[in-house]
Design a protein around this ligand. Structure first.
Ligand code: AMP
Ligand code: ZN
Length: 507
């Protein structure tokens, strides 16, 4: 097995991937906050990690993939205190139970993941299903001297933690002093001893809809706590890979490390991975409205699939989007615009066509290994090496296109198929199948559209035969002749028998 290397956001270097327990790789990815529809930016991050998951499986690893559902504790504006909870806010606006809101958007999220052909995780834990464990972690943090209580709210003592543990700030590059400076502009800092401290358990005010009993009174967990708790519960206090979008590095992930370390004494994650943002027409995609224009720069997948939006000239299918995402490395920003999607559509169809041509290629036996064999085998090895190099999908895709040119040359007879060995052709077919379907997770929509077209054609022909039949019954020979003549022109033959009329297209 070639070795895989991963860019670790913690050490800021590419490192050889060596799982803690080679028998079971642990992968944790921060999931969505289910208070509204997922936007395409969210989908990009989940698709990037779906490819990481798929590639680990391809490499033969046994993987436990945990992706959570945030259904409590995430405050508006990612604040840690002094703002309304996103679930409560939406539940009030829609006049629903918070659980109803969570259910509605969890179902929608799953539908989107399926549309993008993202594999389901092995475990999908919810914050509200792990309140007992979160209370326990808060207690452990208090017992270890890294927390303090002010009127029913528990804060993490970041200053004390940072003095005693070098790890604080390592992931995000933020220092305690920076936060002191920034805090002058921040409101709603509660009764913290220091602006860098953050709430891990929040006292529920009378308007809060989601609240649980705790040793400190009724409240709810801080947003960062659920991921510390659920990753530890299902993957252990030290596990292999933790992923999320770049925007989660601070405060979410930095605080996750502090909490785990404060509660269990261990730094939880060996490889931190962060995917970069999806931009829409050059700006970060986000649901939060722009304070000046009041408009949010976001688009839902459904708006893109149906074409009902102001940004794009036509509808684009989920697989075109997936292909488009593969064209950029997960650590680069990716700009969504009409031109880029039109280009992605062409690329997708070209790749799928090459796959079909390759499937039909038959081998004619030859004797010795040629230059062509060597070239193709070296391209196959490089495609895998690209993915081994921190999941470089754009490079691997470019190799598949170089191979696509070869496949077209075989088809056109520019290069005789007999110039490569049966073994090479088999490896090439295997590579295309593995990469297109198993690793890149693309589905062949060209076949789907053929069968959809087929259904439409069947329906139209039934209709035409029906009209012809009634015109004959009514002795309307003009119409029935017109139908016959036009069908003849189109080389469609009608055959009448006792059982009815059938049709076929002359070849
Ligand atoms: P949220 O539902 O806001 O908690 O976000 C779910 C995931 O989507 C997180 O990993 C975010 O980092 C990620 N995310 C949010 N906005 C974008 C974006 N514009 N591009 C890529 N990922 C994003
Ligand atoms: Zn998280």
């Amino acid at each position: 097995m070639n070795s895989l290397s991963i860019y670790n956001s913690l050490t800021k270097t590419k490192e050889k991937f060596e799982p803690i327990n080679p028998k079971l790789v642990g992968l944790y990815v921060c999931g969505p906050t289910v208070y509204s529809d997922v936007h395409l930016g969210n989908c990009r991050t989940f698709t990037s990690f779906d490819i990481v998951y798929r590639y680990l499986l391809y490499k033969g690893y046994n993987v436990r993939y945990v992706r959570n559902i945030t259904d409590a504790g995430h405050l508006v504006g990612d604040a840690d205190i002094g703002a309304e909870d996103k679930m409560t806010k939406m539940a009030k606006a829609l006049q629903l139970e918070p659980m109803e809101v969570a259910q509605k958007y969890t179902v929608g999220f799953h539908q989107m993941m399926e549309a993008f052909n993202n594999l389901p995780p092995s475990i999908e834990p919810r914050a509200t299903g792990h309140i007992t464990e979160q209370i326990k972690m808060v207690q452990d943090i208090l017992d270890n001297g890294y927390g303090y209580e002010v009127g029913g709210t528990i804060y993490f003592n970041t200053v004390k933690f940072a003095q005693e543990n070098k790890v604080y700030g390592q992931l995000s590059g933020r220092k305690i002093e920076d936060q002191l400076a920034e805090s002058r502009e921040l409101k709603n800092q509660g009764e913290k001893r220091h602006p860098a401290d953050f709430a891990i358990w929040i006292k529920a005010d009378p308007n809060t809809l989601q609240r649980w009993d705790s040793p400190w009174g009724e409240g709810f967990p801080g947003w960062h706590l659920e991921c510390s708790v659920m990753s530890t519960k299902y993957l252990g206090s030290e596990f292999d890979i933790h992923g999320g979008g770049e925007d989660l590095k601070f405060p979410h992930h930095e605080n996750e490390i502090a909490q785990n370390c404060g509660a269990c004494g261990t730094t939880p994650v060996k490889y931190w991975m962060h995917g970069d943002m999806l931009l829409l027409n050059g700006k970060k995609m986000s649901k939060t409205p722009d304070p000046e224009t009041g408009l949010s720069n976001s688009i839902t997948p459904t708006e893109l699939f149906t074409g009902e939006n102001i940004h794009f000239s036509k509808p684009f299918s989920p697989m075109i989007l997936r292909f488009f995402m593969l064209q950029a490395h997960y650590r680069s920003t990716l700009n969504l615009n009409d031109e880029a999607l039109l280009a992605a559509e062409k690329g997708y169809y070209k790749l799928m066509e090459a796959y079909q041509i390759l499937e039909d290629l038959k081998h004619e036996e030859n004797i010795k290994i040629s230059d062509e064999d060597q070239q193709i085998n070296s391209l196959i090895a490089s495609t895998i090496a690209d993915m081994d190099d921190d999941f470089n999908t754009p490079k691997a895709l470019a190799r598949l296109f170089t191979l696509t040119n070869k496949i077209n040359s075989f088809k056109n007879g520019i290069i005789p198929i007999s110039s490569i060995s049966a073994e090479t052709l088999k490896s090439l077919k295997q590579l295309f199948h593995d990469f297109i379907f198993n690793i890149f997770g693309l589905k062949d929509e060209t076949q789907a559209s053929n069968s959809e077209n087929g259904n439409v054609l069947e329906g139209l022909m039934d209709l035409i035969i029906d009209i012809r039949q009634s015109s004959r019954t009514n002795k309307d020979w003009t119409t029935s002749d017109k139908i016959r003549d036009k069908l003849n022109e189109l080389k469609v033959q009608l055959k009448d028998s006792k059982e009815g009329t059938t049709w076929l297209i002359e070849k």
